[in-house]
Design a protein around this ligand. Structure first.
Ligand code: COA
Length: 179
């Protein structure tokens, strides 16, 4: 059954962020007590949309974001000292979770935050009794594809020409992770 966006705030500096090989400055940020993941509220949508519009060539509309929030989707916001720095949107139901959006503000990337947010979504889906997580990603989105690959996602297939681009269409990779 889908979980509503009403779970407890998740303080992020957990032990599993102490990864061998993770640069010290990355660990420092991930351990910052002001870094938190919490449920997205309607009040967050404006800040979330600013990040969304910066992040994607073909962004969601504010209506898309509000629909997810008003539906029974799991929507969370990543905050640093109360500033929104990222967000995740996921549907959960019938034993399956689908990541619909995961985004870190462009100025905050490359510091381990995307991996930590993905871990949070995976843990949340697992607690909600989902046994498989699915997502679709643009084949050209090398940062996201690399992140998913490193977290154990497998390519299940490809949707040819699924996404629009400035010059035409591009494929979506369909990825899955056993939880
Ligand atoms: C994908 C995204 C969430 C990653 O967030 P991030 O905070 O920069 O990622 P992290 O710092 O946690 O890095 C985790 C892994 O992602 C991959 N990665 C991140 N940035 C990368 C880059 N510029 N090039 C290649 N791989 C990259 C690497 O595998 C990295 O692991 P490593 O540090 O051990 O090499 C971020 O780039 C983003 O928000 N992009 C725009 C929105 C988007 O495309 N979302 C995915 C939609 S399917």
């Amino acid at each position: 059954m889908a979980r509503s966006a009403t779970s407890q705030t998740d303080a992020v500096g957990s032990k599993d962020d102490d990864l061998p090989g993770v640069p010290a400055n990355m660990n420092t940020l991930l351990k910052d007590p002001l870094l938190q993941i919490s449920p997205m509220q309607l009040d967050d949508v404006a800040a979330v949309m600013e990040i969304e519009l910066r992040a994607y060539e073909f962004p969601w509309s504010e209506g898309n974001m509000r629909d997810c929030l008003n539906s029974n989707y799991y929507c969370c916001v990543y905050r640093l000292d109360d500033r929104c720095i990222g967000y995740g949107v996921m549907s959960i139901g019938a034993g399956e979770a689908q990541i619909l959006n995961i985004c870190i503000d462009s100025s905050m990337r490359g510091q381990g935050l995307g991996r930590r947010l993905l871990r949070h979504l995976i843990a949340t889906a697992g607690k909600s009794s989902a046994d498989t997580m699915f997502l679709e990603v643009r084949a050209s989105n090398l940062a996201a594809v690399s992140l998913y690959d490193s977290m154990g996602f497998n390519e299940m297939g490809r949707r040819r020409g699924y996404y629009p681009t400035e010059s035409g269409r591009e494929d979506a990779l369909m990825l899955a992770l056993s939880l």
